[in-house]
Design a protein. Structure first.
Lengths: 362, 122
């Protein structure tokens, strides 16, 4: 299993460690619910060093990325970040990415840890004809996510740089954080305000401990999952996959059909024109029970109409909810859907996403 | 009190026995947020599913340590499932009558269970 620069810290904090996509990662330190609540009420820090960093540089970098992903990077300014699915020709997703634009010839792409090798190969294979240099620099960097309503106040204590000058989905490089040079972006995966911080691998431990000393609560992947789930943020392998297109996942706003071309455009345009067969919907349990990934969904007549892609109790809402991939005609707000939980058909209702209203600072 | 390899405990009290999950089990599960209680009056064989306990992360089935009939489910846990984390040996899941006490006698003692846990960790 791969480790991160923070593995010794997790062990010294007696975290419960698990294999996550080939990485030895903390699932919780004390309690998923306590860690979840810390992020909603104050500030939590996560080791997200397992995420991959891939740089795309060269004269054609902007044109290459324009073709590679569904979102339109040509509209991004310097120091802006864009979220985008990256699709196969058939419209299914290779991955979903954050794209950091330094300038038209220099981008940083953040991908899901378990997809790194696949993404990197896909990116190389689609670089033919473009003057670009693509490098997987994941091992050189550590990444810490600092999330929660007090994240900015806390981070401001270790920098003279005015963090107010970094708006939502913007970043700045070469920020001095307690003597360490960092890239700081106002992004995250929790539905709260906060930052993702990129530093050299061997500076990660110092910064993580510094933030702990200032009172940030260490949070594991368990809380990261419940937080992103409440905010209905998609997770690759669940809401998105090589078989689930961005349109099925409800990510149409990140698919720019007005672009002259991009990989997967014709398949996605055809899907949009023909109408979706299934789409992602939010479900809230009416009966008692917790829906889980893979549980089957039924209509009133007991026909199977889909399955749960992610399901959990929602610690901030005191509800049990699910994201499900559902036959289109049933994915309407207010519709009753039955979840098969250990052989019992339990009642749920289709609700608006997200379950938790995101508290971004825009 | 006796123990199973699935991390249930069972305690004989007069003509009844109480069943719960061990401290090790609750620690492995983490925050317990829901209990699907056993159905009262249900007759079950040793090893049958008795009920389910769910933490934030996972759902875990609890099995009958011995054959018997469910007399009572602990309804207190419906609104306070966290009691399984706080006091795993007080928070019983079900009260049963046993069919065959020899099944109980054959289960692990506390000492045997602790040794079993050590061997699991290795």
């Amino acid at each position: 299993m791969k480790t991160t620069p923070l593995t010794p810290v997790h062990e010294s904090l007696k975290a419960k460690m698990v294999d996550f996509g080939g990485f030895y990662m903390p699932v919780q330190y004390t309690s998923i619910i306590e860690e979840h609540n810390a992020v909603r009420s104050s500030a939590g820090i996560f080791d997200v060093s397992h995420m991959s960093e891939i740089t795309v540089k060269g004269k054609d970098a902007a044109a290459y990325i324009y073709n590679l992903v569904t979102n339109d990077i040509s509209t991004a300014t310097e120091n802006q970040i864009m979220y985008s699915p990256m699709c196969y020709e058939h419209g299914g997703c290779v991955d979903d990415l954050l794209i950091y634009k330094n300038n038209d010839e220099d981008f940083l792409i953040i991908a899901n840890a378990s997809n790194t090798d696949k993404d990197y190969e896909w990116m190389l294979n689609n670089a033919y004809g473009y003057s670009v240099k693509i490098e997987n620099v994941s091992n050189e960097y550590g990444q810490i996510a600092l999330q929660g309503p007090t994240a900015q106040t806390l981070l401001q204590q270790i920098t003279e740089f005015d963090l107010d000058t970094i708006p939502f989905y913007r970043f700045r490089k070469n920020i001095d954080l307690s003597g360490i040079c960092a890239l700081v972006s106002r992004t995250g995966y929790t539905g709260e305000d906060g930052f993702e911080i990129y530093i050299k691998a061997d500076h990660t431990e110092y910064l993580f401990k510094k933030l702990l000393d200032l009172g940030a609560v260490p949070c594991g992947l368990g809380a990261r999952d419940t937080l992103r789930f409440e905010a209905a943020l998609p997770l690759y392998g669940h809401e998105l996959s090589d078989k689930i297109t961005p349109l099925n996942a409800g990510l149409k706003s990140f698919v720019k059909f007005e672009k002259t071309d991009f990989i997967g455009k014709s398949a996605l345009a055809e899907q949009a024109q023909q109408g979706l067969d299934v789409r992602s919907a939010g479900l809230e349990m009416i009966d008692r029970g917790i829906p889980r990934n893979g549980y089957e969904l039924f209509n009133e007549s007991n026909d199977k109409i889909g399955y749960v892609t992610s399901g959990s109790t929602c610690p901030s809402l005191n509800k049990n909810c699910a994201l499900g991939l559902i036959t289109l005609e049933y994915a309407k707000i207010g519709n009753i859907i039955y979840v098969d939980i250990r052989g019992k058909k339990l009642k749920s209702v289709v609700v608006k996403k997200p379950f938790y209203n995101k508290k971004y600072k825009k | 009190m006796k123990f199973t390899k699935n991390h249930e405990w069972i305690k004989k009290e007069g003509e009844y026995a109480y069943i719960g999950i061990t401290d090790y089990a609750q620690k492995q599960l983490g925050d317990i947020v829901y209990v699907e209680l056993a159905e009262e009056d249900l007759v079950l064989q040793q090893g049958d599913v008795l009920c389910a306990v769910e933490s934030v992360k996972t759902a875990a089935e609890v099995y009958m340590p011995v054959s018997g009939r469910v007399v009572e489910a602990n309804h207190e846990l419906e609104d306070a499932p966290e009691k399984l984390n706080e006091n795993p040996y007080d928070a019983f899941l079900a009260k049963i009558t046993m069919d065959d006490e020899s099944e109980y006698d054959e289960l692990m003692t506390e000492e045997e269970y602790n040794k079993f846990l050590e061997s699991e960790e290795e």
